[in-house]
Design a protein around this ligand. Structure first.
Ligand code: GUN
Length: 293
């Protein structure tokens, strides 16, 4: 809850509202295509083990599918599932014509190699956009299926109406699923991109000159409000649960709001967009499989 004492000047980038609008459009398109082709888009959702956070995410993905007219097929496997068994299931799903997208919820248990699993997925069904083929397409300026969180961040930045050409963008965090594909997205859009990571020196000095900050370090409150350049756009990918049960991000929200022009809240910013882009990718894959595009 925001205090009445806040001196916030930033406008809120409302991911919940944008996600709702986009999901309506995705649902309409899915419905029209389903009528025309006699089947719904199909997403296979694989969860190995019973990690509570993963269970919450998987449930939200399945609910999102249902509401958008996408058929979801659940594969909930025990934690001791072998890599060979999982690879066998992926091979079956790759060949199954009713399946347009395959999602393996990460992390997988330690005895399973996530890279091997990701590479086993047909790139045309890789609706997470994690396969090296899809990352390579983005790097080569010919995006195919795009990683959901960075793709969602781009949609949020578009909402501000900013022209990204030549903008100074600083990404904090260099993970395979957020920081790296985010750098490729911003580069594709014509921005000047810096990626900082755990070995970077002078984080503050990088953030201070950024027109756009994408915080994806996974460290609560890492980005201080006074570092933010006046008028900057702040995209906070971090999500951390506090002792009182509330959620917060990688950016000191109240303080950053006093300098930023636009800022995403946590919750209600990037989070709702990630699943929205998964649904968009599933409909995109469906269209490709139907020969619509
Ligand atoms: N674990 C954390 N984020 C993600 C995501 O976007 N997709 C999948 N499959 N697993 C995740």
């Amino acid at each position: 809850m925001r205090s009445i004492m806040t001196t916030s000047t930033a406008q809120i980038l409302d991911g919940k509202a944008l996600a709702a609008r986009m999901r309506q459009d995705i649902g309409l398109e899915a419905e029209q295509l389903s009528q025309k082709h006699g089947r719904k888009p199909g997403l296979a959702v694989i969860l190995v083990g019973a990690d509570p956070a993963s269970q919450v995410y998987v449930k939200a993905k399945k609910t999102g599918c249902e509401k958008a007219g996408i058929a979801s097929y659940s594969h909930e496997l025990p934690a001791n599932t072998t890599q060979q068994h999982l690879l066998g299931l992926i091979t079956e799903l790759n060949q199954d014509p009713k399946i347009d997208g395959i999602l393996v919820q990460l992390p997988v248990p330690a005895h399973i190699n996530s890279e091997t699993i990701i590479e086993a997925i047909d790139p045309g069904k890789d609706v997470d956009g994690f396969h090296p083929y899809n990352l390579g397409r983005l790097a080569a300026r010919q995006p195919a299926l795009r990683s959901c969180t960075p793709y969602g961040c781009m949609k949020l930045i578009e909402e501000t109406g900013v022209d990204l050409h030549g903008m100074e963008c600083v990404i904090v965090g260099a993970s395979n699923i957020v920081g790296r594909p985010m750098a490729l997205e911003l580069l594709l859009a014509g921005a000047t991109v810096t990626v900082t990571h755990k070995f970077s020196r002078g984080l503050q000095s990088h953030v201070e000159r950024a027109d756009i900050v994408v915080a994806a370090a996974g460290k609560q409150g890492l980005i201080k409000g006074e570092w933010i350049k006046p008028g900057a756009i702040i995209i906070d990918v971090g999500i951390h649960r506090l002792e009182d049960g509330s959620l917060t991000g990688d950016v000191a929200f109240e303080e950053a709001s006093q300098n930023a022009a636009w800022i995403t809240p946590v919750p209600g910013g990037v989070g709702p967009m990630t699943i929205t882009m998964l649904l968009a990718n599933t409909v995109q894959a469906f269209k490709t499989h139907l020969g619509e595009e």
